[in-house]
Design a protein around this ligand. Sequence first.
Ligand SMILES: NC(=O)c1ccc[n+]([C@@H]2O[C@H](COP(=O)([O-])OP(=O)(O)OC[C@H]3O[C@@H](n4cnc5c(N)ncnc54)[C@H](O)[C@@H]3O)[C@@H](O)[C@H]2O)c1
Ligand SMILES: O=C(O)C(=O)C[C@@H](O)[C@H](O)[C@H](O)COP(=O)(O)O
Ligand SMILES: [Zn+2]
Length: 369
Amino acid sequence: MNDMQTVKVALFSPEQDRSYPIYIGNALLEQVDLLLPHLPQKRVAIVTNTTVAPLYLDRFRRALERYGICSVAIILPDGEDHKNWQTLNLIFDALLKQRCERKTTLIALGGGVVGDLTGFAAATYLRGVPFIQIPTTLLAQVDSSVGGKTGINHPLGKNLIGAFYQPRMVLTDSATLTTLSDRELRAGIAEVIKYGLIRDADFFMWLEQNITGLITRNADILNKAICRSCEIKAEIVAADERESGMRALLNLGHTFGHAIENAMGYGVWLHGEAVAAGTIMAADLSKQLKFISESDFKRIYSIFQKVGLPVIAPKLSPDDYLSLMKLDKKVEEGRMRFILLRRIGEAMMSHDIPASTLRETLLTCMANE
Ligand SMILES: NC(=O)c1ccc[n+]([C@@H]2O[C@H](COP(=O)([O-])OP(=O)(O)OC[C@H]3O[C@@H](n4cnc5c(N)ncnc54)[C@H](O)[C@@H]3O)[C@@H](O)[C@H]2O)c1
Ligand SMILES: O=C(O)C(=O)C[C@@H](O)[C@H](O)[C@H](O)COP(=O)(O)O
Ligand SMILES: [Zn+2]
């Protein structure tokens, strides 16, 4: 599948149509003609990091120049531990120094960290400037570049400061994945599996059958996985942009996962790794509550294991897990809410988890030492 695919995120509000396209294909990075209709000014600011810049920045800037677009580049330090106020301020400092204006589009070129930071900067710089996502990790291509969740971490918890702010478009060049490390690729697969689990049992089965192709970066299999993931995310975001209901299903595994990321120190466990172990915990809860069967639990465990993702959470005291999870954004009137699986392909939200059941899951799913 070498042809470009387009997935639409349909967002209509009474005053405005904020719908946008996600273009997915091989070798799209230099296809500036796809960007042009979304640029209100012939000047853009590209936000990237010290790892992605040497790989793709010059090529992208030269392509822009060929279309008469001049660019400012802002190169951030790399890593989840830099997804914070200090790094956000580096973006603001550079934008102001370069006299970027209200019509200057910010372009995020990188993974989810660059995307979340750039989106939040775009939401707040001059009270809002246009923003485009060019995701270069699998995780960013299937998840973080779509849907407009932007923000930064706080020492007490993940993504606690941020804004909903949608990009004008997403340009996904799956060829950029050739330079991604195996570990980062696997972390992205965790979020791909999530879509099958919450919404599409056939897609989950297809992933079971094609998991080796995905790990070995077969281009057709990768593109199909990216497209289906984006279709599912676009559908959910269109139905519930600001997470007043069903969008929370995209948080499967994240209540536990975010606690793991914070407890271990940002960047020690990758987001996708923490989501994998967290999804096993959510599946264990679902099994204990008699929603999913032992055999479905085994299918879930086995696909994460085949990918080489962690299936055992790090050892912390259950109380440490609980106090971290109480800062989750889904907490309502002090009550934690969990995303559970009713079956493979269907997720649900529940706030009625008995404390003893939750403790049992924590103890069963974490390492002994
Ligand atoms: N906004 C959302 O909806 C959403 C969804 C999921 C995850 N997230 C957030 O996204 C972040 C994780 O994103 P991520 O997994 O992309 O991590 P990341 O942004 O840290 O990127 C992973 C690593 O890969 C490097 N990299 C990026 N592209 C590369 C390429 N093509 N070749 C070689 N190296 C490359 C990066 O520099 C980094 O070192 C987390 O902060 C998570 O909370 C947000
Ligand atoms: O887009 C969403 O909604 C998601 O929940 C996608 C998640 O994969 C992502 O990690 C998101 O940032 C988590 O959201 P948060 O609101 O719990 O920070
Ligand atoms: Zn996630």
